[in-house]
Ligand binder design. Structure first.
Ligand SMILES: NC(=O)c1ccc[n+]([C@@H]2O[C@H](COP(=O)([O-])OP(=O)(O)OC[C@H]3O[C@@H](n4cnc5c(N)ncnc54)[C@H](O)[C@@H]3O)[C@@H](O)[C@H]2O)c1
Length: 381
């Protein structure tokens, strides 16, 4: 068996009441100055907890500036605020955008390395500030991943800081925090989580340990996302998707994603398409391209999603891809680039940008050259 290293938060708390558990644990931790990165839409839910820990003597500074998909420049600005506040702990309570920002801030708070020096894989020297992450989307799985992704406005590319030091000290996954996510965001973020699992399962570096998370994660999300989309208050469906998202996050560190994510990145960086939607649009076309290189795995994936009655692996594989596309369409997720405002004239430039994301393309089960990327985008148009 290939060697695999799994990093997880020292404390992973999942289930109803995790939110209040975080504040209880924090009170006992001895930290005094808490810098919170969050979003205004959940302020009302969080305020009683802020009040409680303030009454106990904790000093809090809350920043709610991150709207979605931040740039390095934006998070550097918030980092300056956290340094001025002299935080001794950082918590992110929000979607992947907020969690990634919190991870960056905690890592850089007392670090002398510049942003440019830490971009890439394994370049961060360490982290000395306590970090906790509480996801409010399901999701990126950022709360259990060593990644933080930002837009570099100097060249308009999305870039990753990837380091075990970005793994939070603690993650608290409370499905209640995802109840207010609007239907479209529920669908996009859920498909992102599903894609984390899928791309780790159909991956050059797929591993039996990660396969377990990937298969269970795909099943949970495939069976429950539509219900969470249709009935946002269904806590059982929300909990199943939140757990699937954690499993998706567990796939990110040791195996990671591949061409769907690589080809989705330029849609976000150049056209501001939400991360989950970018992945959803590219998913069917990259799967079709990859299928001949991994028919058996695709067939297993289809059976895992509950597909029966086919005679050959090829039939199962095709039925699986068709089912995923129908599932996305049942949640009104667009599956054409033309439907999300990407002009046909941009496809060549987008392909050139995607091909730079070699850190993910190297994982893809089938090689993708520039001409292949252009062809995939054409089919997706
Ligand atoms: N670090 C990782 O491992 C990793 C993995 C995948 C993606 N990402 C990054 O994460 C970002 C995307 O994160 P995301 O998909 O979670 O979306 P997001 O954090 O950008 O949030 C999407 C929208 O939903 C809103 N929202 C979030 N929670 C809500 C709630 N409970 N109620 C109502 N509205 C809510 C946000 O304010 C925002 O407007 C991208 O920058 C992407 O590159 C990181």
């Amino acid at each position: 068996m290939d060697l695999i290293k799994l990093n997880t938060p020292s404390q992973l708390v999942i289930g109803d009441g995790s939110l209040s558990q975080f504040f209880e644990d924090f009170l006992k931790s001895g930290q005094q100055r808490l810098f919170v990165v969050s979003i205004p839409v959940i302020r009302q839910l969080l305020q009683p907890y802020y009040d409680k820990i303030e009454q106990a003597g904790i000093i809090i500074c809350v920043n709610e500036q991150i709207a979605a998909e931040p740039s390095f420049a934006e998070v550097e600005e918030i980092l300056a605020e956290a340094r001025q506040f002299e935080a001794d702990a950082v918590v992110g309570i929000g979607g992947g955008s907020v969690l990634d920002a919190a991870k960056f801030i905690a890592a850089q708070l007392r670090n002398t390395q510049t942003t440019t020096e830490i971009i890439g894989i394994g370049n961060l020297n360490g982290r000395s500030t306590y970090l906790a992450c509480l996801p409010t989307t399901a999701g990126t799985g950022s709360e259990v991943s060593p990644n933080a992704i930002f837009l570099d406005t100097t060249d308009n590319e999305k870039k990753g800081v990837i380091s075990p030091f970005l793994m939070p000290d603690a993650a608290y996954v409370d499905p209640l925090l995802t109840v207010g996510v609007p239907p479209a965001v529920t669908a996009f973020t859920g498909i992102d989580a599903f894609t984390h699992c899928l791309e780790a399962f159909i991956n050059r570096f797929a591993h039996p340990v990660v396969d377990r998370f990937a298969l269970d994660g795909m099943q949970l999300i495939f069976k429950n996302l539509k219900q969470a989309y249709d009935h946002g208050n269904d806590l059982e469906a929300r909990a199943a998707v939140a757990l699937g998202s954690v499993y998706g996050g567990m796939c990110l560190g040791p195996v990671n994603t591949a061409a769907v994510h690589a080809l989705a990145y330029p849609l976000g960086s150049k056209y501001k398409i939400a991360h989950g939607l970018s992945n959803a649009v590219m998913l069917p076309y990259v799967l079709e391209y990859n299928m001949p290189a991994a028919v058996e795995r695709f067939a297993l994936l289809a059976k895992n999603l509950g597909i029966t009655g086919c005679s050959t692996n090829e039939e199962y594989a095709s039925a699986g891809i068709a089912a995923i596309q129908q599932w996305m369409e049942s949640m009104d997720v667009p599956v054409k680039l033309s439907a999300i405002g990407i002009p046909e004239s941009a496809l060549n430039d987008i392909a050139k940008s995607a091909i730079k994301v070699q850190r993910l393309l190297k994982n893809n089960v089938r090689d993708i050259a520039l001409k292949d990327a252009k062809e995939i985008y054409k089919r997706a148009f």
